[in-house]
Ligand binder design. Structure first.
Ligand code: PLP
Length: 371
């Protein structure tokens, strides 16, 4: 970080070592002969597209993404791996680019097959036929699965067809079996196709069988070191799952206030001091991507010691309780989440998930890769 250009002490540190560790962890969960597309949509869940792709390039079989401009950037930077477009194409005019860039595409609607049939392409596409097995988001209804598959397979514009579905409940008690049963019932010979099913939660749940996970898995959040189960289940926290945080959001104490009993903190005075106490002011607010709903809720580390966010989170600052950390003063390091404080715990305190915290990190936060 250039200190003259960025004197404000907030910084997001990224660990390539942790990212590679998590990727190896994911690879170890694959069925025999299984493959893995690292999901790097949304600027690699806020971690930085190119940096993450560089770090993972030799560890994964390919990437999954959904922004065409980002896929183009990957090709321009020399990445030759398979890249799957998770929402497919939005307009037929994108098809020549998909073909030229050698991108694989999801097909989830009939009109996309029509568009493919009419396109003249440099090279045929690998397509992923997305079936709706109960998520009820994207995908063909199961009653149309086989006919859509046969149509695609007959097209000269199509090189291969992988059958894909997405799990709605891989991270909760309903699990994935009910969706797989629907698929089996609708398509008895499904096992003879190339399959793509698992997200992080399914991959971590195992067992490592292709009937359950597919041949081509699509983990996202676990690569970044958060748990699909969040912080609630002690057996499935990121730490318990042997996942390491990739992003650590850090800042410093930039102000200290001594409060008398009855004094309030921040906008609206939502925190009231019950006794005399010391309050630390941290250079981090919701304009940096820190969740506003974490006010009066979230844990925070000051000098490595866990304490509490107090009062409302404001745009550029938040406050924390320094009562039990007498050594804290101006410049004392603070960790908002990451090493030593799982993002899942902060997310839970804010009523959200680590996915959202990562994606919400804003452009004004300087970023550095530390290893
Ligand atoms: C985002 C996404 C994934 C990755 O999910 P995680 O829970 O982050 O592992 C997998 N498949 C599809 C279709 C997605 O959109």
């Amino acid at each position: 970080m250039n200190h003259c250009l960025n004197p404000r002490p907030i910084i997001a540190e990224f660990s390539g070592r942790a990212l590679r560790h998590n990727a190896q962890r994911a690879m170890a969960q694959l069925p025999l002969g299984g493959q893995m597309l690292a999901v790097i949509k949304a600027d690699a869940y806020g971690h930085g597209l190119i940096e993450v792709a560089q770090c993972l390039a030799t560890h994964v079989h390919g990437f999954a993404i959904l922004e065409l401009a980002a896929a183009r950037r990957l090709r321009e930077q020399g990445f030759k791996q398979p890249i799957l477009m998770l929402e497919g194409f939005f307009d037929p005019s994108e098809l020549p680019a998909l073909s030229q860039l050698g991108l694989s595409t999801v097909i989830h609607r009939d009109d996309q097959i029509d568009a493919l049939a009419q396109a003249s392409l440099d090279q045929p596409l690998d397509v992923f036929l997305k079936l709706n097995t109960g998520m009820n988001r994207l995908g063909f209804p199961l009653s149309k699965a086989i006919s859509a598959f046969e149509r695609l397979r007959a097209l000269p514009q199509v090189r291969s067809v992988t059958v894909m579905t997405h799990f709605a409940d891989a991270d909760n008690a309903r699990g994935t079996a009910w969706q797989l049963k629907r698929l089996d019932d609708a398509w008895p010979a499904i096992a003879t196709q190339r399959l793509s099913f698992a997200n992080s939660a399914a991959l971590l749940s195992g067992p490592a069988k292709r009937e359950l996970l597919g041949d081509i898995t699509r983990p996202g959040i676990m690569l970044y070191g958060a748990s699909p189960w969040g912080a609630g289940d002690s057996a499935k926290t990121a730490g318990a799952l042997d996942l390491q945080p990739v992003m650590t959001l850090k800042s410093q104490i930039i102000g200290v206030q001594q409060l008398a009993a009855g004094e309030r903190v921040g906008y609206g005075g939502s925190f009231v001091a019950e006794r005399p106490m010391t309050v630390g002011v941290v250079a981090c607010g919701y304009a940096d991507g820190y969740p506003r709903h974490a006010g009066n809720q979230a844990p925070i580390l000051v000098n490595g010691i866990r304490t509490q966010v107090i009062g409302r989170v404001s745009m550029d600052m938040l406050c924390c309780d320094l009562s039990a950390i007498p050594e804290a003063s101006i410049g004392t390091p603070v960790t908002l989440w990451g090493r030593g404080l799982p993002a899942d715990e902060v997310a839970e305190a804010a009523g959200t998930i680590a996915y959202e915290l990562f994606c919400a990190l804003t452009a004004r936060v300087p970023r550095v890769w530390i290893d």
